[in-house]
Write a new protein. Structure first.
Length: 81
């Protein structure tokens, strides 16, 4: 909750509705990765490198709570799998 309190005034200057939506997506991504024990930047970098060649039928494997992207080695173990 601390980032929410710190960012409250900063969010007044996100540049409009689209900027607010982008901030929402990035904060959700970072919080989700943090809750799963993954480094958000490493995970995002890995997914962006792999998404172009990854089969569309197996896209769910790229989600941080499923599969195991290269940037998140050991993530499945931390989740009890």
């Amino acid at each position: 909750m601390k980032p929410v309190a710190i960012g409250r005034k900063n969010w007044l200057f996100v540049g409009g509705d689209n900027g607010g939506k982008a901030a929402e997506v990035l904060m959700s991504h970072c919080t989700g990765c943090k809750n799963l024990g993954a480094d958000p930047l490493a995970y995002l970098r890995d997914v962006l490198e792999r998404v172009g060649t990854h089969p569309q039928s197996r896209i769910e494997e790229l989600l941080p709570d499923r599969g195991e992207p290269a940037g998140s080695r050991g993530l499945g173990e931390r989740m009890g799998e």
